[in-house]
Design a protein around this ligand. Structure first.
Ligand code: GLU
Length: 307
């Protein structure tokens, strides 16, 4: 990608979306998420040729929340295999909210809603929760090519105190024999994963590795197998933006995943990874300004994968 053109387009969309500053609300159901400055903002694009454009609060560390569901899915596929994973969790989008208990009659609808990510967390190997979580953090460090990956304990503690819905989902899944591990351990790992702190550059780098077919950006190491990347990107396209996934795909046209802390990652295969951070959300839990930025970038840089 032409870096000068990329920089110019990025600066344009930051300007043209300024009318959205102040639109939407930060998530409050996890009390700690309400303690951020709602108008924090960051945008990072990392190309597969290792060019990068970083704007806004580049140093700011925020919790991955649902973006961690991508890592959990990748690790479950690597640890347990495709067949095992999809015997426990479905592959279809759902019209229900990310933390709804409804789409799990027999199993979770897909791995990118809470019930599905609780399921994939149960498939991550390790002798105890600490070992499993350390492996997840290590994976995030390797994929983001950064050590600036931390565990945000205040976010974790805050969610742990208000996570009755996720706890109910976990016990329900256990009662359906979706997993046999200790339910509190599985829930604990799921919430820890959501509480991993990272900056926009780290997330855009993870997105760029996925855009690069799982190959490290220096071209030396296959960090994720192509098969696992294919599955992950397909599910992100189908289910990555909560119950708005279809509409978002029509408007933006590449696989993405959002989280309730206000981050969105977008993957443009063969070209780049994008991360936006803007904590004000719409009713579905997607960042209002982030979504618009991804749509405008897609249009101005011709990033839609379908046409
Ligand atoms: N930790 C959040 C929850 O379980 C993640 C939700 C999200 O980002 O969609 O509710």
């Amino acid at each position: 990608m032409d870096i000068k053109n990329l920089e110019a387009r990025v600066d344009e969309v930051i300007k043209s979306t300024q009318n959205l500053i102040g639109v939407g609300n930060v998530a409050t159901y996890i009390p700690e998420l309400a303690n951020v400055d709602a108008d924090n903002f960051g945008l990072a694009v990392v190309t597969v040729d290792r060019e990068r454009v970083l704007r806004g609060d580049t140093e700011l560390i925020f919790s991955m929340q649902s973006i961690s569901k991508i890592i959990s899915l990748i690790m479950a596929l690597e640890d347990a295999g495709e067949e095992e994973v999809f015997s426990r969790v479905g592959t279809e989008a759902t019209e229900y909210k990310f933390n709804s208990i409804r789409p799990i009659e027999d199993r979770a609808a897909n791995p990118l809603i809470n019930a599905g990510a609780i399921t994939t967390a149960s498939l991550i190997r390790g002798k105890d929760v600490d070992e499993r979580f350390n492996r997840v953090v290590e994976k995030v460090k390797i994929l983001s090519n950064s050590d600036e990956v931390t565990f945000l304990e205040t976010v974790y503690n805050s969610e742990m105190q208000t996570t009755d819905i996720n706890r109910s989902i976990a016990y329900y899944l256990k009662s359906k024999n979706i997993f046999s591990e200790d339910t509190e351990d599985v829930l604990d790992l799921y919430i820890r994963n959501c509480s991993i702190g990272i900056n926009i550059e780290g997330l855009a780098t993870i997105a760029a590795v996925l855009a690069n077919g799982g190959m490290s950006l220096d071209g030396k190491t296959q960090l994720i197998s192509k098969k696992v990347v294919k599955i992950t990107l397909a599910l992100m396209a189908a289910c990555g933006m909560y119950e708005e996934s279809g509409k978002y795909l029509m408007e933006v046209g590449f696989p993405s995943k959002s989280g309730v802390s206000g981050g969105i990652i977008g993957i443009v295969p063969g070209k780049c990874g994008i991360c936006t951070y803007s904590p004000r959300l719409d009713g579905s839990g997607n960042s209002v300004r982030g979504k618009k930025i991804l749509e405008e970038l897609s249009n101005s840089l011709d990033l839609n994968i379908f046409i």
